[in-house]
Design a binder for this molecule. Sequence first.
Ligand SMILES: Cc1cc2nc3c(=O)[nH]c(=O)nc-3n(C[C@H](O)[C@H](O)[C@H](O)COP(=O)(O)OP(=O)(O)OC[C@H]3O[C@@H](n4cnc5c(N)ncnc54)[C@H](O)[C@@H]3O)c2cc1C
Length: 533
Amino acid sequence: MRRWNGWGDDSIETSLPPRALELLGALVGPGTPPRDATLDEVVAAVPASRLVPDARLDLDPGARVRHARGQSLPDWVALRSGRLGAVPDAVATPASAADVADLFPLAARTGAALLPYGGGTSVVGGVTVRPSDRPVITVDLGATSGLRALDATSGLATFGAGTSGPQLEAALEPHGLTLGHFPQSFEASTVGGWVVTRSAGQQSRGFGRIEDLFAGGHLETPRGGYDLAPYPASAAGPDLREVVLGSEGRLGILTDVVVRATARARLERFNAYLVPDWERALVLARRLAQSGLPLSMVRVSTPLETATTFALAGDSRATGLLRRYLGWRGLGPERCLAIVGLTGNPAVVGSAARAVDDLARGSRGVAGPGIGSAWRRGRFAAPYLRNALWDAGYAVDTLETATDWTRLPDLAVALARSLRHGLEAAGERVHAFSHLSHAYPTGSSLYTTYVFRLAGDPDETLERWRTLKTGASRVIVEHGATISHQHGVGLDHAPYLIAEKGALGFETIEAVIRTFDPDGRMARGALLGEAAP
Ligand SMILES: Cc1cc2nc3c(=O)[nH]c(=O)nc-3n(C[C@H](O)[C@H](O)[C@H](O)COP(=O)(O)OP(=O)(O)OC[C@H]3O[C@@H](n4cnc5c(N)ncnc54)[C@H](O)[C@@H]3O)c2cc1C
């Protein structure tokens, strides 16, 4: 079962290796495990729903609590402390586009706002329910999951929007197909959520981002159904898929998604290299991204992230041997880990791997045996560490951006500085480290993780987060980088959208939302950041 106040399946427990705890203690100070509210306590405090019973609505307080929040840090603070602030008045679980369409008259009659909920993995407040004078109905798309149609000849597969990553891949596998979209939230996030947040999977270099994979689909809007035909390409004016991509539940509810699937690769490898320092690592990442080689992933960590990764790997005999080997090869504490994904038919993968080896050698890189396959095994497990860190008294959050290769080095320095010194006034230290998660010919994303101590008072923890997030967001905007490369806008990035889109661009987005939703049936807040009515 899904953990109600943390990440993932609650039968999976993850612990931190003693070496990682020691490192954190030294870097930010000893953590004090918090006293979390229990589910029973939180459910008992849920106010009565403002909606009257209806066969389409679940008014059960437990269901409402489970749908009140997503995975942002403010969501975690609220769930763990039990200070939820607001919960939806009801949860609807439509199973079809017709069921979704049926919710709009209900919303109009009751004055309720509809808030779509895919996997609830938003890390930017996308599914967060805010206190409001209007009732809120969270619309959980889980019951729409499943493969609806498959045109294997064209590689077009139609899924219910609430289909999760594992469900989607399991449905394609018997047909020899894959979507290849593997965000780290794969196990819980949904295809509809991916589309409306412009998600990027870990191997987007090879398979494409969701905007490349989203061919069309069906949206139920307050003004009726809207179909997007899955043309292979079209020159018929602006592409309205682009309007739906990144729309974050503001235009209506995506019920069906047509995706472009591809044949499963016969060979997939993740080769790892250690490069002596960050300057060389940046050059390697850029050369790989500009090489034209058929790579599915280029991921390069800063020295601090590399050291943290080794600490988290624990003190096994293998990691000890690897450390000694790297020291012997002259790679000291400034070493950076690069992982390169190679996916395709064996001949293509073989020749690309040789070319990657050459490029890595050009940056004085040394192959890191076993690291790539270890990364692959743990690729969806890392978020579980967030549970263990919280239990040990530490908050962990991530933020991401993207910019061109020219501006990237300065941005990385400024972001790290902003986060590391962000809590000095409060007498707290922050451990912040980054990697390039998605490299493109013209630039790269920069994905930063930051860890700080929980305060005794949840409001103080939230204040620490707000200070760090605001400082980092300002740095991103000042450097001309995007406020989000993959997590979307939600509530948390909404104040910065106007800086990125400009006044005219922002007005255009407002106008599109008004066109689809003139009477404000969809919940406000995400993207535009309006106050709750
Ligand atoms: C541990 C972790 C790792 C992550 N890693 C990645 C990553 O590698 N790459 C990445 O891109 N993102 C990542 N994310 C962010 C998140 O998983 C993505 O934003 C994802 O696309 C959200 O999908 P979801 O189904 O969970 O949507 P939700 O969180 O349920 O919703 C997100 C937004 O979309 C709206 N929405 C959802 N479904 C619909 C629908 N059918 N119709 C209309 N609106 C809808 C919601 O109202 C909300 O505004 C990560 C998150 C976590 C917690």
